[in-house]
Design a protein. Structure first.
Length: 388
């Protein structure tokens, strides 16, 4: 079944390419980009080596609209990594394991790899998009964003993002085909076929979305990387507060089924104060990866589209406040209900100029050896990003 879908995907991509030439008398081209320098000081999770790192990312975003129906996007990254982190055993293990990639097509190029510099060029996004009044079709490397939770998203089965990820704007893509059909004003059906690193890890998912009584409701089902999955998500308001939730049940082909649940409540006051309270239950376990759990957790607590944690129950709160229109404070606290571990992530962002941001923050962890965060090293970071 998946092999046939993979062949169909190649055929559909081939169909979309000539569509781009239809009525393309005057194609419109766009170009934008950004440069970010992210510096961190911390300790590796396994070998316990102190390190510093400076990750510099040049992102170039190319777009072309051929007509009112067909457009293309290509986003190219050049990443330059400096620092003592390159010499650590943990970094070499992660690099050799290919844990960073969930994509089929190998569009990464290691340009330089030595003890002073690791330079990697890669394709972050590359897709063709066909848009009509009631249908969107996207083929290529893309981001499939499902779910409503603010910190955890168990229904985001293709590209889950860890709440501990420093740069949450950096979101992995998948190689695949998505098609969303809209009917009525508030309802749609989306089908996704995503290629895994190997054909056995290909995923096929469907999501139905609608609005009932002012609440956005989503129902999903899929065969996600050798697991059967069903799920539901919702989002709406209780008074002026946002209320959201997600739940999934996943049954791996070679293991027992388990559930993941998120409930979230947030509120924004007129004086710019933002407050979030979110609960996460993880009934799943990680197994059979061949990679130390500490490494997986350090790389974003995700593997094979799952949210990976050591324990099951978590309660998080987030607070945001604008000191001025240009300076904002954000704080995140996550409590491991089972073992008492605590994570605290404060940060300050300063919009120095319309196209220049500076951010300073830390990730502080405490708890016993069995807690989620007890073995995590503290992280201190600073980031500068310029847009053009």
């Amino acid at each position: 079944m998946k092999q046939r879908c993979s062949n169909h995907l190649v055929g559909l991509v081939g169909l979309l390419i000539p569509l781009s030439a239809i009525a393309a008398d005057k194609p419109e081209f766009q170009f934008s980009g950004s440069f970010q320098s992210l510096g961190t000081i911390s300790e590796t999770p396994v070998s316990r080596e102190d390190y510093w790192s400076d990750l510099n990312r040049l992102r170039l975003d190319f777009g072309a609209r051929f007509n009112s129906f067909v457009a293309a996007t290509a986003v190219i990254d050049n990443e330059f990594l400096l620092g003592s982190v390159i010499d650590t055993d943990d970094f070499q293990l992660v690099k050799d394991s290919d844990l960073d990639s969930n994509t089929r097509w190998d569009w990464d190029n290691l340009v330089v790899d030595n003890e002073d510099l690791v330079w990697r060029a890669n394709v972050y996004r590359a897709f063709l998009k066909f848009t009509s009044e009631d249908l969107n079709v996207v083929a290529g490397r893309q981001r499939i964003a499902w779910g409503t939770g603010r910190l955890w998203n168990p229904t985001d089965v293709f590209n889950p993002v860890s709440p501990l990820q420093i740069d949450k704007s950096q979101r992995d893509g998948v190689d695949g085909l998505s098609a969303e059909y809209f009917f009525g004003d508030l309802s749609s059906v989306e089908l996704v076929y995503a290629l895994g690193q190997e054909s056995e890890l290909d995923s096929l998912g469907a999501r139905f979305g609608t609005n009932i009584g002012g609440y956005d409701i989503g129902l999903l089902v899929g065969d996600i990387r050798e697991s059967d999955l069903v799920g539901v998500d919702f989002g709406g308001n209780i008074g002026n507060a946002g209320f959201r939730g997600e739940a999934t049940y996943r049954k791996p082909d070679d293991g027992s089924g388990y559930s993941q649940i998120v409930l979230s409540l947030d509120y924004s006051w007129p004086n710019s104060v933002y407050f979030l309270l979110e609960y996460f239950y993880n009934g799943g376990n990680l197994g059979g990866t061949g990679i130390p759990d500490e490494i997986i957790e350090a790389r974003g607590r995700r593997f094979n589209g799952e949210i990976v944690t050591k324990n099951r129950n978590f309660l998080a709160t987030a607070l945001g406040y604008d000191f001025t229109p240009l300076i904002r404070f954000d704080g995140l606290v996550i409590y491991d209900v089972d073992e008492g571990g605590l994570f605290f992530g404060p940060s300050v962002n300063w919009n120095i100029m319309p196209n220049l941001d500076w951010r300073l923050g830390a990730q502080l962890s405490s708890g016993g050896a069995d807690s989620e965060y007890g073995d995590d090293a503290d992280v201190y970071f600073t980031s500068v990003r310029v847009y053009f």
